[in-house]
Design a protein around this ligand. Structure first.
Ligand code: NAP
Length: 280
């Protein structure tokens, strides 16, 4: 079994991004907006700042109070839309319950939507036009490519159908000419579906969901999930130790998809900066 080492590839990508960014007339700029005190979100925002430093990007961080109003948040997004030196705007999700996520994402200029969540970018992905790809599925496609894993003609099964992971993942695999099945909480026999997969993507958020009897021998298994075990350690949906024995390729958690998501955000921000400087 080969480990799909996202950590190593992410480091390689960030090095390349840094080189390309330094050759631009103006360095890429990313604004990250955090509302409230969610500890996991804080960790993500800090890691994004570090990634920006590593890539030589300019970055700004806005830590807004939990009680920030919808109007205040939209006003901030609109002011960032107008800023010349800001190429990417990322509003960290989830937002506190009183805020309307769809409206906030919809307020971001699609040309600066480096998360790829704006309906315009989601639509462009659907119809195969250029835009921004959501970072997690884009990072997974990069990882498959790095290891020479063909998607064309393969049977791919995606477990999970969220707008940020499952659905765009399925569309990218389809774009890569795989035959794609999407499973979700109403799928009657998940094991039977998963066993068909040459490429199995688990994006649910339920520890131990994917057991070895659900995996075809020699399959490529990508574990997107970030769960915590009883000791607080990060783990995925896949029973890693047991599935190792059957899969040909498997992503570790941590060190698989997580770092690739972060690297893809840096790639999207570089792309936004190039496009805004008419260089892409
Ligand atoms: P989400 O919005 O909660 O979606 C979970 C999906 O799993 C839903 O489509 C749900 O089906 C499906 N599901 C739930 N129980 C199921 C079951 N028993 N069998 C089959 N499908 C089931 O989650 P998400 O935002 O896509 O994230 C999924 C996981 O990936 C989470 O652990 C999250 O932390 C992680 N994540 C990791 C990264 C990274 O960079 N590594 C990035 C994003 C997310 P229904 O639609 O029917 O409810």
């Amino acid at each position: 079994m080969t480990n799909l080492d996202g950590k190593a590839l992410a480091a390689k990508i960030k090095k390349r991004v840094r080189g390309e960014a330094s050759a631009l007339p103006r360095r890429p700029g990313l604004a990250v907006v955090l509302v409230g005190n969610d500890p996991a979100s804080r960790v993500y925002v800090t890691s994004k700042r570090k990634d920006c430093e590593e890539c030589g990007f300019y970055s700004e961080e806005y830590a807004l109070l939990e009680e920030t109003t919808q109007a205040e948040l939209i006003e901030l997004v609109e002011s960032l839309n107008k800023r010349e030196n800001i190429d990417g705007i990322l509003v960290q999700l989830p937002l506190p319950a009183h805020l309307d996520e769809d409206a906030v994402i919809g307020a971001i200029d699609p040309a600066k939507d480096v998360d790829g969540f704006h309906p315009m970018n989601a639509g462009n992905l659907l119809i195969g036009r250029p835009g921004f790809l959501p970072c997690t599925p884009a990072g997974i496609m990069d990882l498959l490519e790095e290891y020479g894993i063909e998607t064309a003609g393969k049977r791919a099964v995606v477990v999970g159908r969220s707008n940020i992971v499952g659905k765009p993942m399925a569309l990218l695999l389809l774009r890569g000419n795989a035959t794609v099945t999407v499973c979700h909480s109403q799928t009657p026999d998940l094991g039977e579906c998963c066993r068909q997969a040459d490429i199995l993507i688990a994006a649910v958020g339920r520890r131990g969901l994917i057991t070895p009897n659900m995996v075809k021998t020699g399959a490529v298994v990508v574990d997107v999930a970030m769960n915590r075990d009883e000791n607080g350690r990060l783990c995925g949906d896949v029973d890693y130790a047991a599935v190792c024995e059957k899969a040909a390729y498997l992503t570790p958690v941590p060190g698989g998809v997580g770092p690739m998501t972060r690297a893809a955000l840096m790639e999207n921000t570089l792309l936004a900066a190039k496009r805004r400087q008419n260089l892409a």
